[in-house]
Ligand binder design. Structure first.
Ligand SMILES: NC(=O)c1ccc[n+]([C@@H]2O[C@H](COP(=O)([O-])OP(=O)(O)OC[C@H]3O[C@@H](n4cnc5c(N)ncnc54)[C@H](OP(=O)(O)O)[C@@H]3O)[C@@H](O)[C@H]2O)c1
Length: 252
């Protein structure tokens, strides 16, 4: 169960090597010394390093195999994640940005983005909702993106997957009302993580730690959607309504 200040006792990170997900784990660990984290990720050196670093900071860590593109293994991933008892908070953090120009011309890359960013989060979202309803409580956090709110020519394959997954989790949030299970959709702008390490920084860029702080606050205040930084809510309100003929001339 969440404690009195809405901090989880057990935190599941689907995408356990994501910089943002790990920052969320550290933000909660700073508040709850008894935190247990389930790192669900592909069995790589990166996962081992993330687990070792958290353990060295005194966090209880369990590693579970997870591959977003292997839908047939998702049930086993969720089974193992819940094998230690209730999961109070699950973060759906995995995702791929891909190469924007390759993604709309190479069918394989388009398929990877669609499967990792949309199909797998939908499949797992249903499983998480079922498990959390059965345990009678829980919160699910989806890392969406402002890229899905007004889709740009410059990264429309990624943007379309984020639009789809954002819509699914907003709907899930509505469907779960009154069940004891809540959903928080997080829409960051540019985050300085390994996903964007090769890209030029963008206006209003934030760190994974800033996203994590907003997630902790959003969960505590039971929000259903947040923007990071907060100013993006206003920016996107404006951008959503700009006619396409003008929008395509904007420099991003
Ligand atoms: N960075 C940004 O600017 C930004 C902005 C808005 C939203 N977001 C979203 O925030 C989330 C986290 O991103 P991040 O910035 O923390 O990036 P990150 O550090 O690159 O994390 C991405 C994660 O996705 C995992 N992943 C990719 N393909 C996978 C697959 N087939 N199976 C299992 N895991 C897979 C990676 O695991 P491996 O270690 O196994 O590769 C990694 O843990 C993503 O959904 C991203 O779209 C990011």
């Amino acid at each position: 169960m969440m404690d009195a200040t809405a901090n989880p006792r057990t935190l599941l990170l689907l995408g356990g090597t994501s910089d943002i997900a790990l920052a969320i784990a550290r933000a909660y660990a700073a508040e709850s010394p008894a935190l247990d984290v389930v790192l669900a990720a592909r069995p790589t050196a990166r996962r081992a390093a993330a687990a070792a670093a958290l353990r060295a900071e005194g966090v209880g860590v369990r590693e579970v195999d997870f591959d977003a593109r292997a839908a047939g293994t998702h049930a086993a991933t969720i089974e193992q994640a819940f094998a230690g008892g209730d999961v109070d908070l699950a973060v759906v953090a995995f995702g791929v940005l891909g190469d924007a120009e390759a993604a709309w011309q190479d069918p394989e890359q388009a398929l990877e983005l669609a499967e990792v960013n949309y199909t797998a989060p939908v499949h797992l979202g249903v499983m998480l909702a079922n498990r959390m309803q059965a345990q009678g409580h829980g919160r699910i956090v989806l890392l969406s993106s402002v890229a899905g709110e007004r889709i740009r020519r410059s990264n429309f394959v990624y943007g379309s997957t984020k639009a789809g997954v954002d819509g699914f989790y907003r709907g899930l949030s509505e469907a779960l009302r009154g069940s004891g299970v809540g959903v928080l959709v997080v829409r960051p702008g540019f985050v300085k993580s390994k996903m964007t390490a090769d890209l030029q920084s963008a206006p209003l860029a934030v760190t994974p730690e800033q996203v994590a702080a907003e997630v902790v606050e959003g969960v505590r205040t039971q929000r259903t959607v947040i923007w990071v930084p907060k100013l993006f809510q206003l920016v996107m309100l404006v951008l959503r309504h700009i006619p396409q003929a003008i929008f395509r001339k904007l420099p991003f």
